[in-house]
Design a protein around this ligand. Structure first.
Ligand SMILES: Nc1ncnc2c1ncn2[C@@H]1O[C@H](COP(=O)(O)OP(=O)(O)OP(=O)(O)O)[C@@H](O)[C@H]1O
Length: 313
């Protein structure tokens, strides 16, 4: 049995449209499923726990939504030990990218219904679990600005979700002020002046495919940290195109770290986000929890890194 978790509002209404298409495919394939429409990020966990508690024979919970919707159900899936599958229907869809899940609906459904799981790490902090990245500073402010914006709705309406993030970057570049930050990775503290952002990553990208930690691997038991510091607005603007291909990591004002835990403390209040959802302005301390969530992913069969979901859980 499959549980579909649907956020109809994700991707500016893409979630609802995607579900209609998926429902027709499930009927024609004769697949057994239940559908759960979640109302909000706050109520999703209890809705999903309740739905999963009603039976034992779940193959997977298949989220139709974006990274924020996935974020809202991580705790419930982990608690019940049910694998996550994703049919991308958000603006950024960086979870799907990170697991090699196709963005096309039918191909993503094929992946969801195959029995190949990757044992993925999760980032765990005081605010709960995160799958893609906990980002503090400039890029969190970009996400906060984009989520509050009218241009996100407009871009989603014309099927150009990534464009919203590019507009948000330019908008935030005008107003954001860098400051000192202390980053403690595996107990070793380093301070950076004029820091713009610190991203603690489990997957390589966020913001709709920006490869902020290109070397991050979901199943390596490690988190990757990217610190951008001591750079002017103009230099930062020139850095941005390099992030699309993950080439920024060699620049002198970019420091990359890797370890099992990271604590980030800015000298002034700075926004943080986990999977694109606001975590407020408090300092972030996260640790990597190796293999905490099984994810249905084409990477599992490609790399031979994991086995059937049913055998590993
Ligand atoms: N489980 C949920 N059910 C309903 N609404 C949710 C849920 N989780 C989060 N939300 C709200 O819906 C918004 C949109 O969802 P989501 O983040 O999945 O899509 P998106 O922002 O379009 O895409 P992405 O996060 O991939 O850029 C979230 O920002 C949040 O406010």
């Amino acid at each position: 049995m499959y549980l579909f978790i649907i956020n109809p509002r994700s991707g500016g209404g893409t979630g609802g449209r995607t579900w209609h298409a998926v429902e027709a495919m499930l009927r024609s394939r004769g697949t057994a499923y239940e559908a759960l429409f979640t109302q909000s990020a706050d109520s999703a966990e209890s809705q999903v726990l309740h739905a999963l508690g009603r039976r034992e024979d779940w193959h997977a919970a298949i989220v139709i939504g974006g990274d924020g919707t996935i974020h809202s159900v991580l705790g419930a899936l982990r608690r019940r030990g049910v694998p996550l599958a994703v049919i991308p229907a958000g603006s950024g869809n960086d979870t799907a990218r990170g697991f090699g899940i196709p963005l096309a609906t039918e191909a993503a459904l094929d992946t969801a219904l195959q029995d190949r799981c990757l044992e993925a790490d999760l980032l765990s902090g005081a605010d709960g679990l995160t799958l893609t990245a906990v980002a503090s500073g400039f890029d969190a402010q970009v996400a906060v600005n984009v989520n509050r914006s009218r241009y996100k709705r407009l871009c989603n309406a014309i099927g150009a979700g990534r464009l919203a993030y590019l507009i948000g970057i330019l908008h935030t570049l005008m107003t954001f002020k860098p400051c000192r930050v202390s980053v403690t990775c595996d107990g070793k503290e380093q301070a950076f002046e004029n820091a713009w952002l610190v991203s603690v990553c489990n997957l390589p990208s966020y913001g709709g495919g920006l490869l902020i930690c290109p070397q991050a691997k979901a199943d390596d038991g490690l988190l990757d940290v990217c610190v951008v510091h001591g750079v002017s607005r103009g230099q930062l603007l020139r850095l941005l195109p390099t992030v699309v291909k993950g080439k920024h990591t060699r620049l002198p004002f970019v420091t990359m770290l890797s370890g099992r835990s990271a604590a980030v403390r800015f000298a002034e209040p700075r926004h943080a986000i986990g999977d694109g959802e606001s975590l407020g302005t408090v300092p972030q301390a996260v640790r990597c929890e190796p293999g905490a969530l099984r994810v249905l992913s084409p990477l599992a069969s490609a790399q031979g890194a994991a086995g059937p979901c049913s055998a590993s859980g």
